[in-house]
Ligand binder design. Structure first.
Ligand code: UDX
Ligand code: ADP
Length: 463
């Protein structure tokens, strides 16, 4: 059996960083090196002050503290790490293409291809190459072709090992996964990776499949989860007009063991780096095989999600007498969900954009997202100049700076601390009527009503 002594991971992001930290924590005999081209990211991973790690994730600091410097290393020397490794994880980003064929849908594989070419040119001994990033089905074929055609005659075994961790719970998900999925062709290579996980995952939770099933399963898992959110969000709109309450509907259907209770929380819309990208990918693949109905079916999950974000912004405008021009609107939360500093595809970005079109004055408070990131997200949309974005939207470090004197509060992320605020005090300091638009069904609606807020939440018709 192949013995794995050195692992390298290319890409020190939200997936590569936490995953490798846990692999190193649980396998003290394996040297794990995480490399990235981004020097400042690597510096942050090496920072002595663990509150400066580039990824915020509960429990990550303890894992890094235990393993870093022992058998876990972060570096920018990609070639050295490739050369030394027995096994190389590819964990680079695969954003949706913004140009050319498949623009707006297909995954952009340029970073993956660059990695493959670099591995091929550097490797002087046999390597197991593991796809960790979410990839379109059959990417392994392209990977293998590049490795075999540009390599130095060494053998490459390709495995697919998609990541199912959710941000905000990455460490518990990694410590206690529902399953680990490993797809591949070579039995020995598969066994080598199984043994890495067996250090802490019970064997019956380690599934092995062929490469294509593993690649596709990752896209499908995310599509199914996203579909549940879009389904309940579709029902939230129906609840608002019929007098039903979406939380009650969720509870009622979630108790049905065939349906289950998870991922039925109505919201302002799902975000994150995976759901939208993976569904677009699935849609693109289906279309490329001429499966029109299949593509349309999954595309609807995205359409509904876009609708939910727009609908929330329009609800704010319409309720505030059809004008938000010059009004101070406090945003509580910018991250795509609680317990992460990741903002990719966050609903907050799109809701803000809609309100900025109407010249609202937005003041954002998020416990973990930096002002720099918030402006980057807005500038990236390319709708307004950077100066215009900074004129209309401010970012503050103290929530009360955002809430004082506000015409309205919009809750975009379900951070626990928002529930703990002194809402009576907030009410006293706001303008009247004091509008609160709760995009996460986070607050207690009876409390909000008793304090005389004009309180609107997703999926129920509170006056
Ligand atoms: C997801 C998958 O869960 C994970 O397995 C995969 O590896 C990566 O993609 P992540 O994007 O980190 O993880 O977060 P997740 O918890 O799935 O939430 C995605 C989005 O859906 C968030 O914006 C969240 O707020 C929203 N959501 C989730 C809801 O609006 N309602 C729900 O009931 C659940
Ligand atoms: P994910 O959520 O998939 O982890 P991130 O964007 O957080 O995505 O992380 C991907 C990381 O991969 C980034 O830090 C980026 O700098 C790094 N990266 C991309 N291409 C390469 C490459 N060819 N070599 C090394 N690192 C790379």
């Amino acid at each position: 059996m192949m013995e794995i002594r050195k692992i390298t991971c290319i890409g020190a992001g939200y997936v590569g960083g936490p995953t490798m930290s846990v692999i190193a924590q649980k396998n003290p005999n394996i040297t794990v090196t995480v490399v990235d081209l981004n020097q400042s990211r690597i510096n942050a991973w090496n920072d002595n002050d663990l509150s400066n790690l580039p990824v915020y994730e509960p429990g990550l600091d303890d894992v890094v503290a235990e393993a870093r410097g022992r058998n876990l290393f972060f570096s920018t020397d990609v070639n050295k790490a490739i050369d030394e490794a027995d096994m190389i994880f590819i964990s680079v980003n695969t954003p949706t293409k913004t140009y050319g064929k498949g623009k707006g849908q297909a995954a952009d594989l340029k970073y993956i291809e660059l990695c493959a070419r670099q591995i091929a040119s550097v490797a002087k001994s046999d390597k197991i190459v593991v796809e960790k990033s979410t990839l379109p089905v059959r990417t392994a074929e392209a990977l293998k072709s590049i490795l075999d055609n540009t390599g130095n005659g060494v053998n490459f075994h390709i495995l697919s090992n998609p990541e199912f961790l959710a941000e905000g719970t990455a460490i518990t998900d990694l410590h206690n996964p529902d399953r680990v999925l490993i797809g591949g062709e070579d039995a020995e290579a598969i066994e080598a990776l199984v043994s890495v996980y067996e250090a802490w995952v019970p064997k019956d939770r380690i599934l092995t499949t062929n490469l294509w099933s593993s690649e596709l399963a990752k896209l499908v898992a995310n599509a199914f989860l996203a579909q549940r959110v879009s389904s309940i969000n579709a029902i939230s709109e129906l609840c608002e007009v019929t007098g039903a309450n979406v939380n009650e509907v969720s509870r009622a259907i979630g108790q049905d063991s065939r349906i289950g209770s998870k991922f039925l929380k109505a919201s302002v819309g799902f975000g994150g780096s995976c759901f939208q990208k993976d569904i677009l990918n699935l849609v693109y693949i289906a279309r490329s095989y001429n499966l029109k109905e299949v593509a349309d079916y999954w595309e609807q999950v995205i359409i509904l999600n876009d609708h939910q974000k727009t609908r929330f912004a329009e609800k704010i405008i319409q309720t505030m007498y059809n004008t938000v021009n010059g009004k101070k609107i406090a945003f509580l939360g910018w991250a795509f969900k609680k317990d992460t500093n990741d903002t990719r595809e966050s609903a907050a970005i799109y809701v803000a954009d809609h309100l900025l079109d109407e010249e609202a004055n937005i003041v954002v408070y998020d416990p973990k997202v930096s002002a720099e990131q918030i402006y980057k997200d807005l500038d990236y949309l390319g709708i307004r100049s950077p100066e215009e974005n900074r004129r209309l939207l401010k970012v503050v470090n103290d929530p009360f700076e955002a809430l004082n004197d506000a015409h309205a509060i919009a809750i975009l992320t379900e951070w626990e601390e928002f529930k703990e605020y002194d809402w009576k005090l907030i009410k006293d300091r706001m303008k009247r009527p004091s509008f609160v638009f709760d995009g996460r069904c986070l607050l207690d609606s009876s409390l909000m009503e008793s304090l005389n807020f004009a309180y609107y939440t997703i999926g129920s018709n509170v006056k």
